[in-house]
Design a binder for this molecule. Structure first.
Ligand code: HEC
Length: 260
């Protein structure tokens, strides 16, 4: 396409000074490891707890940004992370009480269950940073319908992600743009993570209102990871391994337009 312009600009990864290639390599490897840790974190903090409640990845994300449809934080915890803290009989009694509207009238029946099974941890006295379940008022706070994160919370997570991630994409993309693959493919791969993160973060917001968009969150995240992985791998390859193949001057000029 614009092979002519590429041919004139002969700066390529494998021709860079060694120190710069070492620097780029360290950066790309660190980003790669960072991305993998992000995946591990995502799995432990989001995917696994929802899976324990019997939900798939998409419905887990839908619940995270939309709130649990028809369920409450208390029910979600009873069916999930807190399920082994309570017997089936007691669990049924509490769920029934929630369904009945979590009224003070029925609270006398379930209070002994909370006191016995939950309050040892869920009270101010325990010092744990978790909601107290000691009084009716406390319990009602987690027995109210879960409506997902607030606009303020979403705005906070969104801007932190957008600022931080765009700098990472800028740097990996800048390094990757010095590879000798076709400009069209390069342009596409440099833009992909940005489009993916817009789709991803945009869908956090839309999922708040429309849980179907949880799929876009997953697809956007996957595209972002793939594009980043491809950029990192091709850049590393050209810096250290692929160099011999394209080292002779003239090859790049002749190669680029054909590949484009
Ligand atoms: C051994 C201590 C312990 C006991 C007993 C316990 N919990 Fe928890 N609970 C925790 C911890 C720690 C967390 C936060 C981490 C997590 O979610 O796994 C938590 C989280 C929760 C949450 C989620 C709060 C949120 O932010 O949405 C709810 C609801 C909950 N527990 C309810 C209960 C109920 C109901 C019982 C009694 C049947 C109970 N817990 C018993 C330690 C305990």
């Amino acid at each position: 396409m614009n092979g002519g312009a590429d041919a004139k600009m002969n700066m390529r990864l494998h021709t860079l000074p060694t120190a710069l290639r070492v620097l780029f390599t360290c950066f790309l490897l660190t980003i790669g490891v960072g991305y993998l840790s992000a995946l591990v974190y995502l799995f432990i903090s989001d995917v696994d707890p929802h899976r324990k409640m019997g939900m798939g990845l998409v419905s887990g994300i839908a619940m995270k940004y939309h709130g649990s449809t028809g369920s409450t934080r208390l029910e979600a915890a009873l069916g999930g992370s807190m399920s082994d803290r309570i017997g089936a009989e007691d669990k049924r009694a509490i769920v029934q009480w929630i369904r009945d509207g979590a009224m003070s009238a029925g609270f006398g029946r379930v209070k002994p269950i909370f006191d016995r099974s939950c309050v040892p941890c869920h009270s101010a006295a325990s010092g744990l940073p978790i909601p107290s379940l000691a009084t009716l008022e406390d319990v009602r706070k987690v027995a109210a319908a879960d409506t997902g994160p607030s606009i303020g919370q979403l705005a906070r997570v969104s801007h932190v992600h957008l600022f931080g991630i765009s700098l990472i994409f800028l740097l990996t993309g800048a390094i990757f743009s010095l590879t000798s693959i076709s400009s069209l493919l390069k342009g596409t791969l440099v833009a992909t993570p940005f489009v993916a993160i817009w789709a991803d973060i945009g869908s956090w917001w839309i999922t708040r209102y429309e849980p179907v968009f949880a799929t876009v969150v997953v697809v956007g995240g996957a595209f972002m990871g793939l594009a980043l992985a491809v950029q990192i791998l091709i850049s590393l390859w050209e810096m250290w391994l692929g160099a011999q193949r394209i080292d002779r001057p003239g090859d790049v000029e002749r190669g680029a337009p054909a590949a484009g």
